[in-house]
Design a binder for this molecule. Structure first.
Ligand SMILES: Nc1ncnc2c1ncn2[C@@H]1O[C@H](COP(=O)(O)O)[C@@H](OP(=O)(O)O)[C@H]1O
Ligand SMILES: [Mg+2]
Length: 255
């Protein structure tokens, strides 16, 4: 039974519970029909999060990846002071592949212009990263480092960027799993371009900022959320020590 609690704990509890439900969906439905498993995961997780937020935060707005186009275009969201930005299942493709643990549930809260709370559940890794208790990323010592990149849609320039800055590429599914990998020390950076939406990054960016990591657009400008158009096509998340050289490398490659 859920009781009244602060937004940080609520984000963490909802992401974790949605994740546990997705693990059960995976077990029950199996991997024989991946498209059916993906559809079931997306739909059931979206419904769980929408119902829970309607009950526990009835006056807040919600922007979800799985909402209808009309719901996403609802003008009330743009006037609202509090908007939950959720991706009920990030890394849907990896969710439907047996044995993979690089998929996530994202729950973020945007308040009056900035992300104020967030949680990323990594159900198959048995952990939830949260602004309630932000992870402490390791500090970067000198030398080669690792850049996480999309398994299926790596941006063209990241191979060149890796060469330029002396890094190795690590393909991982899910934006949330990649940003979490920066915060837990599996990689040192994540670079993406060419398309993405607010729900793909809001929750992991809320946690990354709370953890003291760097998070920005690839031109160094701020990531802004709850816009009329939820497209947010590129992102850089890294240990703070690496941000300046990564931004400089990206700038050189785009000249
Ligand atoms: N070029 C692109 N256009 C739109 N969405 C993209 C994209 N590249 C990645 N994404 C989205 O970002 C998330 C992480 O992608 P990836 O694993 O390739 O890094 C995925 O979310 P979903 O799994 O929620 O659809 C994916 O749909
Ligand atoms: Mg997503």
């Amino acid at each position: 039974m859920m009781t009244i609690r602060d937004d940080h704990s609520l984000a963490a509890d909802l992401a974790t519970e949605a994740g546990e439900r997705l693990l059960r969906t995976r077990e029950r439905t199996g991997f024989a029909d991946p498209a059916a498993l993906r559809a079931e995961g997306d739909r059931s997780s979206h419904l769980y999060l929408m119902e829970s937020l309607a009950r526990l935060r009835p006056s807040d707005s919600v922007l979800s990846e799985e909402a209808t186009r009309e719901e996403r275009l609802d003008p009330r969201r743009l006037r609202a002071e509090r908007v939950w930005i959720v991706d009920p299942l990030d890394g849907t493709r990896e969710f439907s592949e047996e044995g993979r643990a690089d998929w996530a549930v994202h729950v973020a809260l945007w308040e009056r212009g900035r992300l104020s709370a967030g949680a990323v559940a990594l159900p198959a890794q048995g952990r939830t990263l949260t602004t309630a208790d932000p992870p402490k990323p390791p500090s970067f010592e000198k030398g080669r480092f690792r850049i996480a990149v999309s398994r299926t849609r790596p941006p063209e320039f990241v191979q060149k960027l890796a060469y330029l800055v002396g890094a190795d590429l690590v393909p991982i599914g899910s934006a949330g799993a990649k940003i979490s990998a920066v915060l837990t020390g599996e990689v040192e950076a994540y670079v993406h371009a060419g398309g993405q939406y607010e729900w793909d990054s809001a929750a992991p960016v809320a946690v990354a900022l709370a953890a003291g990591a760097h998070a920005s657009r690839i031109d160094g400008s701020e990531l802004t959320y709850n816009q009329a158009d939820p497209s947010l096509p590129d992102i850089l998340v890294s240990l703070p020590e690496l941000a300046t050289s990564l931004l400089a490398g990206i700038r050189d490659l785009h000249r």
